[in-house]
Design a protein around this ligand. Sequence first.
Ligand SMILES: [Cu+2]
Length: 142
Amino acid sequence: MSLPFSRRAQLTVAIGALAVGLTACGGASHAAIGAAAPGHGHTETAAGAPAPATQAAVATSAVTIDNFSFMPAAITVKAGTTVTWTNKDEEPHSVVSSQEPMRSPTLAGTTNTFSHTFTRPGTYAYNCGIHPFMHGTVEVTA
Ligand SMILES: [Cu+2]
């Protein structure tokens, strides 16, 4: 009773597989790719061109921690400004600096913001205390 049905089902599956195979082989139009690529002429452009070393500091007092990085990584504020970091990662992060006495608690969960007021002009590098490879700078102008 159930045998004929299951056999038909198998047949259907087989036909389906055939159709998939046909579709996959279908538009074989990858022949042209690469053929007309005009040779990547390595015309050594201005060897001494100054690479954009560090991205320009962004004038903001809000830094987001996202995907294991401070964004923007470089900010500029006027002296007396309170900068606030907000951790949007699932991972815990922190904000510590040896150039400016600041050390946030671990930012995670509901305690995910940290604020610090910069009073002295200068450029202060900081990093994540948990992931030292996460860097940022705060430039404080007079
Ligand atoms: Cu971190």
